[in-house]
Design a protein around this ligand. Structure first.
Ligand code: ADP
Length: 547
């Protein structure tokens, strides 16, 4: 027997039409490439999105067409999210930090028909000029006054919108229709495309609003430092309007001082981003002596947050919420423990608990398996590869059968490549990425664990552990560190500092100081680049003159 309820296909545009009605005084505050701060409400934004939709159709774009963006976090980028998907086309966000070769590959692979580019990024398009897909229409996201003098045949965004009507009958289409396309940063091989649908995107927004109540609340200001080109800024352009929040868009300046100033003047309540960004803000807060006024909630994800960082923000009175997820999961899969779950815990116990990835969101299922695919218990101790499934998880990669064949098990679960434990209480702890684990004498050493403890040493500002080959043990860990000041701790200092937490054989064989750690296009520490940089590295015991 079937239920007797209506079926309305889920559409992304309905989030914005809802926000414009329900929260007419909320909207967007954006740092613009033109140099000023721009404020707009959701009703004003909806009117501009309608104009954009007409303009897109005027360019001959419609259902299924891919429209690329190359832009920072700003209101025009937000408009494209809704305008492009609103007419049934696919908003393909391209990461401007990618090497030119990967950018070319992605534009070509996606078959983009138009490319909307920020004023400050037009140089990237000029560099690709001879390799752009044939017939790709470039639009510069600015007004006539600021249009750059460029050899590229480009249109002006505000000119396109100027004479279009402020209303539109949004078309209906099946909710499985593709709406967004985001390529993973391609740490191995070519980048792989996750193709989100209206259904997966709306469900993800609902799941995150329900799952992150401490961060999302009507009338508050939310700042995505995570870029709109990185998995839809973790869905914030959908969750913020749905939850009745104003989004503060930081544009292209993401250093600690710029973020601090913006957060202070715009009263940002919650800010979301990867740990490397928060290291910059943390240093700025320590310099100025107090956090930005009104800043209470920090969502960190994309890589494991070091314990010392969590403790530092918590000490300032800022609640840290660690979320875990992946591009292939839209991306959010978990939420850090809620304050109620930690109310009887000491400060140290709270910080320890927040180092885990928290509990799953409704709609995301976990299973951990061993190398043979045998399902392992959720006992908090047994470690295995984490597999996931749910309505917000990819079912295939876009146009990539080889990658698709490798990513799923026989039952259709998606393999995350993360090594994890799941507790009987559902708490997920990511031990490492499988390719970052150090395999020493048949035993695994977690690089994340070592990094966490080493970063707590006052002489170390940031660090990464990589595996280097060893003839007897297969691999040994080496600590690559950025010093916090002039004095550099010795390997003996570090061993002494970490001795309580690790067996002797788990401690790093060497410490190497660098000025900075290489970052990926999404702002995380790039272990791949580090491994390449250390290709000729020799462990101390094999150096000439060593005993
Ligand atoms: P990439 O880093 O390859 O660009 P993603 O942004 O999709 O791609 O990264 C997903 C991966 O990031 C996860 O598989 C996991 O290894 C790591 N990650 C994300 N959040 C966390 C977290 N809170 N703790 C530890 N690792 C995390």
């Amino acid at each position: 027997m079937q239920g007797l309820m209506m079926h309305r296909d889920l559409r992304i545009i309905d989030i914005l039409t809802f926000a414009a009605e329900a929260f007419p005084d909320q909207g967007l505050i954006s740092v613009r490439d033109e140099g000023d701060l721009h404020r707009t409400t959701y009703p004003e934004t909806l009117a501009r999105v309608a104009r954009l939709a007409h303009a897109l159709r005027g360019l001959g774009l419609g259902v299924g067409d891919r429209v690329a963006t190359l832009a920072w976090n700003g209101y025009r980028h937000f408009e494209l999210y809704y305008g492009v998907s609103g007419i049934g086309a696919v908003c393909h966000t391209v990461n401007p930090r990618l090497p030119a070769e990967q950018m070319r590959y992605i534009l070509d692979h996606a078959g983009d028909r138009a490319l909307f580019v920020d004023l400050s990024l037009i140089g990237l398009v000029e560099a690709l000029r001879d390799d752009l897909p044939v017939g790709l229409q470039v639009v510069v996201m600015t007004d006539r006054t600021h249009m750059p003098d460029t050899a590229i045949d480009a249109l002006c965004y505000e000119d396109l919108l100027a004479d279009e009507p402020e209303a539109i009958d949004w078309p209906e289409f099946p909710e499985e229709t593709a709406a967004g396309l985001c390529y993973t940063s391609g740490t191995t091989g070519h980048p792989k495309g996750a193709l989100y649908s209206h259904r997966s995107t709306v469900l993800h927004a609902l799941m995150v609003v329900a799952g992150h109540p401490q961060s999302l609340a009507v009338g508050r200001h939310a700042l995505p430092v995570v870029p709109l080109f990185h998995v839809n800024a973790w869905g914030m352009p959908y969750t913020a309007p749905l939850a009745g929040m104003t989004m503060v868009m930081p544009g292209r300046h993401l250093d600690g001082a710029s973020l601090y100033d913006l957060m202070q003047t715009e009263q940002v309540y919650t800010a979301w981003g990867v740990p490397t960004v928060w290291a910059g803000l943390q240093a700025e807060i320590e310099k100025r002596g107090a956090p930005p006024a009104g800043f209470e909630d920090l969502v960190v994800g994309g890589a494991a947050a070091p314990r010392a960082m969590i403790a530092a923000f918590e000490e300032m009175g800022i609640k840290v919420n660690q979320a875990w997820g992946m591009t292939e999961m839209s991306p959010i899969g978990t939420r850090g423990l809620l304050p109620a779950a930690l109310k009887d815990a000491t400060f140290d116990e709270q910080v320890d608990a927040k180092m885990g990835a928290g509990r799953r969101l409704f709609g995301v299922e976990f299973k951990i398996v061993d190398d043979d695919g045998t399902v392992l218990p959720h006992d908090g101790e047994t470690t295995g590869e984490l597999y996931v499934r749910g309505n917000t998880v990819v079912s295939a990669y876009y146009g990539n059968d080889t990658a698709t064949a490798a990513a799923f098990d026989a039952e259709g679960w998606f393999g995350t490549g993360d090594v994890a434990t799941v507790g009987p209480d559902g708490r997920l702890i990511i031990r490492d990425r499988s390719k970052d684990l150090v395999k020493s004498g048949g035993e695994w050493i977690s690089s994340i664990d070592l990094e966490n403890h080493a970063t707590a040493h006052p002489g170390i500002r940031a660090c990464a552990v990589i595996a280097v080959p060893h003839p007897k043990w297969d691999e040994r860990p080496v600590l690559v560190a950025v010093p916090a000041g002039e004095a550099r701790p010795t390997l003996e200092d570090i061993h002494g500092f970490m001795a309580d937490h690790f067996a002797k054989w788990q401690l790093p064989d060497d410490i190497v100081f660098v000025d900075e750690l290489p970052l990926t296009a999404t702002g995380k520490v790039s272990k791949l680049t580090l491994r390449k940089q250390f290709a000729d590295y020799v462990l101390p015991e094999f150096r000439e003159g060593s005993a």
